[in-house]
Each structure stands twice: as C-alpha cells, then as structure tokens.
Design a protein around this ligand. Structure first.
Ligand code: F0G
Length: 482
C-alpha cells in the first residue's frame, strides 16, 4: 500500500487515482483575509468558501467521490417508498458489515438523536472512549451524562502508542461496578476518536469492550463514522488483523456490536447516515422515530442519489488502495510539521493533522481560547481554514462555568483525494511561518456566545490588535506574494 520510491529521500505518498474534474480556488491577499476573518466573527465556521484557499475545516461530505459513485448516482430510483435504491443500499450494508437491519437517517447526528431519544433516560450514564460534540449534546439533552474512559496516553499529544483511542479496560470494569449496569444506557465506542486527534481503537480493544458489555447486559454501540481510517490502522498496526481482510474486520464488528451507526458524510464518502444491527428488537424500538424525524423508512431524509453513492462508497471501503490515501497524506503533513519542530499530535491518526495550540501558545490562557486564536491566525497567514477543537468546542458546565478542554487543538482535516501534495506542502510551510511568529498571536473573547454547540456560530473578537500586527509581519516577510 505504501509505494516505495527509488530515491530514499523521496518517500512521499502517491495518489492512487487521477483527477478528472477540478474546481478553481481563490487565494485572497492577506489584507482581504484579515477583513474576512473579522466579518466571520473570528469563527472559521462563518467564513465564506469563496474566501478560503484550502478548506481543511472537515472531511465531512467533502471527500472526492469516485467515478463509480458518480455513475451510480445517475441510476437512483427516486420514489418516496420502496425504492430500489434503498434495496441496493441494504444489500451493500449486508455485504460489508454482515448485518441484517438498517434504519436510514439524514446524517450522523440524526442517528445520535434517535439513539439518545430511544435509549437514554434522565439520570443515566453513557460510557465511551471519548465524546463527540453532537453525541454529547444529544445525550445531555435527554438528561443523561457522559463518562469518558480513554486510556491516559490518549490525552498525551506526543506519544508512540499506536491505538490512542483505546478504552481503559480496568477503569471501565470499575465504573460499571460502581454505577451498576442498570444505570448505564449504553457503551459507545468511537472509531477514530475524533476530538483527540483522529486516534484509532484497536480491534482487540473493541472486542474486549463488546465482551464486557455482553457480560454485564449493557448495550454496545459503535460509532463507525471514522471507521475507514481506523480500518487502515488496524490492518497496518495490529498483529491480530494481519491475516484478516478489511471485510473480515468489518464483519467481526457487525457481529459483536449491538448497534453500529455512522455518518455517511465520512464513512463511504457520500452524504447521509445509517443505524444498523442484527438485533430486531433494538431496531423496532427506534423505528418509529425515523418517519417522525427523518423521512420514510426507505430514505430517512437522504437524497436517493446520495444513497447510491453510499452503497458504492461502502464497497470501496474494502479496497486498501482507496482507504490508505487519507492516513498516508495525513502522515505526510504530520511529518512535515514535526520536521519543522511544530508541536503536533503524534502518532499521525486519521481525519487530519492536529496542531497542539497549548504547546505553541503557552502565553494564551485557556479562557482566551488559544486553539481558536491559532485557527484565525492560520487563516490570516494562509487562507487555510482549520477547525478549533479545544475549549471553544466544549459545552459550559451546568453552573455556567467554563469547561476547559483536555487538549487545545487546531484540526487540519484532510478531505480525501481533494488536495495535491504541493498544496499539503504549502499548508505546512505557512504553519511553520506562523510558528516562527507565534509570539505575535493573542487571545480571543466572546462577542456573541450561543448556548448550544457554540463553536458552530458564536462570534468572537481578538484581544488587542494582534491580528493587524501579524498581517503586517507577513507583508514584511513575503513581499508581494499572496
Ligand atoms: N460521530 C463522529 C465520530 C463524527 O466525527 C461526526 C461528525 C458525527 C458523529 C456526526 O455526523 O456530521 O454526519 O452529523 N463529524 C464531523 C467533523 C462534523 O467534522 O468531524 P454528522
């Protein structure tokens, strides 16, 4: 899967596809970028795409589809009920995961809404390796709470541990004993642990967690949204998976997990969401919410064309030459940043590169959102749009006090097959310039703070005029260059 170059010094990832449709990008001059980030309330979510050069805010719904996915979209069977498209998708899911039952939803968080609504009662706990923003919001909305059980090294930015998303098994057993199984709504295993740097969970750990759930009569739920990269890491880092095919691994997960759900904006490079299971009882409990919140049972809010792309994309997940691209390009970016001495989450995981803002900006307290400040600085310096994954992405405690995040990261997601190697190099180069000028970067404060999922649309202001100073230094160093 890693193609070897003849000249030792030229080991770089190789694209295993060719580009046949392109979209023009715009790199605005830095003075305009400064203006754009101000207009966006210093929130990269509020930037307009026309003002963004490399959009690395997410890999969700923005991966390049394959020719076969696009072709499949043209044969979609557009009907409200009983479409052939839905039957084709069910067949693909069965083939890939080996599971019998399927409920459609418009995207991943819609699955979470239904899971929380069906299974979480007020006062109950949910256990997971780590929370995801939308997951936690749905669980707390139902009066439940989240206990995180990731092993301590998962929260260490610099590590050589290959599966930093793994559950702390002894702690899990202890917590179950303390809380009692009946007070636990479910255990959620998040593949490719998003908020701690896209770090994978080993198959061995997943199987152990599922087994403990079984022994204690607790439901196990796999969030497979980031499973694709996780599969690559299982195949390349885990002895147990060496002689298993990708399909064997997926079938094993389909067999041991009570429920699997995923965002098809990530897994399958399409758009939509799915809840799948071999347990008819669980499916029946959730079923009535689909027509209520999503749409009829054969589309659940998804566009049929997306469902066709999803069916093909799921099958393509079995092809290591497809799924190696994300991790290898992410590894390249992480290596470049590391080579430049920039603190970055290691080892490289899936999803994207994660820059350690707290290590870069020790002069900015967490109350001034160092990761968000760094994300605005990076946009100003490069036109690259990253995402804050730190305190700003947290919810405040019930008493209104700030909940400081364990890690302050700027995520540079890697939409698959979208950027070329020279674009990735440009990104690393601009981060390096920023790193060399890090003392110029200052903090942010709220101008308008929403109550729920504030990171999506909250507006902030820089504390002082550091952004102007940063732009002036850029001009000094880069002359006329964009
Ligand atoms: N679970 C995980 C692990 C995710 O990463 C996401 C989305 C979801 C659930 C929700 O799925 O967006 O389809 O509603 N992550 C995106 C991201 C938003 O950019 O990391 P969704």
């Amino acid at each position: 899967m890693q193609i070897k170059f003849y000249q030792e010094e030229e080991q770089v990832p190789l694209e295993m596809h060719k580009v046949r449709v392109v979209q023009k990008l715009f790199l605005r001059p830095i003075e305009e970028r400064l203006q754009c980030i101000k207009e966006a309330g210093n929130n990269t979510f509020l930037l307009q795409n026309k003002d963004v050069f490399m959009d690395m805010i997410t890999d969700s719904g923005v991966n390049a589809m394959s020719d076969n996915q696009v072709a499949a979209m043209s044969i979609a069977d557009d009907s409200y009920a009983g479409s052939e498209t839905c039957n084709r998708l069910i067949k693909a899911i069965e083939e890939v995961f080996g599971t019998k039952y399927f409920l459609p939803a418009h995207q991943g968080r819609a699955c979470e809404n239904i899971l929380a609504e069906t299974f979480v009662k007020p006062g109950q706990f949910t256990l997971m390796n780590f929370h995801f923003t939308t997951t936690k919001a749905h669980i707390t909305r139902m009066g439940g709470s989240v206990i995180e059980l990731v092993r301590p090294e998962g929260l260490e930015p610099n590590s050589t541990e290959p599966f930093k998303g793994n559950f702390d098994i002894p702690r899990m057993k202890q917590i179950i004993k303390e809380l009692g199984a009946k007070n636990i709504a479910f255990v959620r295993i998040e593949a490719g642990t998003n908020l701690i740097g896209g770090q994978p969970v080993s198959l061995e750990n997943m199987l152990e967690v599922a087994q403990i759930c079984k022994e204690n009569g607790i439901m196990s739920i796999l969030d497979a949204s980031l499973l694709q990269d996780n599969l690559y890491f299982m195949k390349t880092r885990e002895a147990m998976c060496k002689d298993m095919s990708i399909k064997d691994i997926m079938h094993k997960l389909g067999e041991v997990m009570d429920i699997i759900y995923f965002s098809a904006r990530k897994l399958s490079f399409a758009r939509g969401g799915a809840i799948i299971s071999n347990n008819e009882n669980y499916i029946l409990k959730m079923k009535e919410f689909i027509p209520l919140y999503e749409g009829f049972l054969t589309y659940g809010g998804m566009e049929v064309r997306s469902m066709e792309a999803m069916a093909v994309g799921l099958r393509e997940t079995l092809d290591i030459e497809y799924i190696c691209q994300g991790p290898q390009f992410i590894q390249y970016l992480v290596n470049e940043l590391d080579k430049y001495g920039i603190p970055v989450v290691k080892p490289a995981g899936g999803l994207g590169a994660h820059i350690d803002a707290r290590a870069i900006l020790p002069h900015i307290p967490q109350s001034q959102y160092p990761a968000a400040a760094l994300a605005t600085a990076l946009y100003i310096a490069s036109g690259v749009r990253g995402m804050e994954r730190g305190t700003l992405s947290e919810q405040r405690n019930p008493d209104g006090s700030e909940r400081y995040a364990d890690m302050e990261l700027v995520r540079l997601a890697m939409p698959r097959r979208v950027f070329t190697l020279s674009q990735v190099k440009y990104c690393a180069d601009r981060v390096k310039w920023l790193y060399d000028n890090r003392e110029l970067i200052g903090g942010l404060k709220w101008e308008d703070e929403p109550k729920v999922l504030r990171f999506f649309f909250g507006r902030l202001q820089p504390i002082g005029d550091w952004q102007e100073k940063l732009a002036a230094k850029f001009r000094e160093d880069f002359g006329e260059s964009l």
